[in-house]
Design a protein around this ligand. Structure first.
Ligand SMILES: [Zn+2]
Ligand SMILES: [Zn+2]
Length: 310
């Protein structure tokens, strides 16, 4: 999320130039042909044949527009470059041109509120949702790309949604944007009034009203300094990024890898989270689902200590 209100003129110019370079179907065909080729490389004649362009002048012109950035000329012909791969990766994610509908898929986990079976659903608004169809308890929601539904049965889509959401949350909590590689700032935050104390800036951000974990006493606000990404992540996710904590949970018999995020109470249950003090911020996360329950305490720098619970 940028602090600037207006668009950055040089960014607009650079981005327009890049998008214009890709604005002809023949150029996308050239990228696709190289992507499908062995070692992403073809000779001039192979590439022209693969694209099926009879007009050599037109083919030469459009190839020259891609050369140097998206495509490199080599001794043997032409080779797809990293930026070319990234264009195709973005297309394959499906978000530009595709939609998918999955579910509702019944899950093994049950609703903490009413005991009913939870379900997973994905539809054309690009959000994967785990919720309870009986009491409408929203357990976990996060964006998902339509590409994740291709060549997978519904159970595999659900598992993929869990894995990908973990990956994104872990990356973001480590300060790295998974979308643009920019710097992500993180801080504890909550709604003013919820605990009588606001520890962050959330009240200015409308998106929080729709956040599935807005009932948590405190969440992690994450904000990319470079791209449009900003969001909120349940505090309990921090535990899954610390080998020290994973070791404690593993020793206590809780397999956090085989249990999906929505089955981990310390991630999705509001009452697992306590804002102990707000200045400085100290948050504790209860892990009640092991025989000898522990509490993990996080300070403002997100360092963690484990406390035994009597
Ligand atoms: Zn329910
Ligand atoms: Zn970013």
């Amino acid at each position: 999320m940028s602090d600037d209100l207006g668009p950055d003129d040089s960014l607009v110019t650079d981005a327009e130039s890049a998008f214009m370079t890709l604005s002809h179907d023949l150029r996308l065909k050239i990228l696709l042909a190289l992507w499908n080729a062995p070692e992403f490389s073809l000779s001039f004649s192979e590439l022209r044949k693969a694209v099926g362009e009879r007009d050599s002048g037109s083919f030469n012109y459009h190839l020259s527009q891609l050369e140097g950035h998206f495509v490199a000329s080599t001794e043997d012909g032409y080779e797809l470059q990293y930026p070319g791969h990234r264009v195709l990766d973005a297309i394959q994610s499906g978000v530009f041109h595709d939609e998918a509908v999955i579910g509702p898929v019944g899950l093994d986990e049950t609703c903490r509120e009413c005991g009913s079976e939870l379900t997973f659903e994905y539809d054309t608004n690009y959000i994967g949702r785990v919720h309870c169809p009986e009491c409408d308890n929203r357990v976990l929601e996060w964006p998902f790309d339509p590409g994740g539904t291709v060549d997978r049965d519904p159970a595999a889509v659900v598992a993929t949604f869990d894995r990908r959401t973990r990956l994104i949350w872990s990356c973001v909590l480590d300060g790295v944007c998974p979308f643009c590689a920019g710097r992500v700032d993180r801080e504890f935050a909550n709604h003013i009034g919820q605990q009588g104390t606001c520890v962050g800036v959330i009240e200015q951000l409308d998106r929080y009203d729709e956040y599935f974990a807005r009932d948590h006493p405190v969440v992690v606000f994450v904000d990319c300094s470079r791209c449009s990404f900003y969001s909120f992540i349940p505090v309990g996710m921090v535990l899954l990024t610390r080998p020290k904590i994973l070791g404690v949970l593993q020793d206590a018999g809780l397999n956090v890898r085989d249990t999906p995020l929505w089955g981990l109470e310390f991630v999705v249950a509001a009452d697992a989270i306590t804002l102990r003090t707000h200045d400085p911020v100290q948050v504790s996360v209860a892990v009640p689902e092991i025989d000898r329950p522990v509490s993990v305490v996080l300070d403002e720098s997100f360092s963690v200590t484990v406390e035994a619970v009597d």
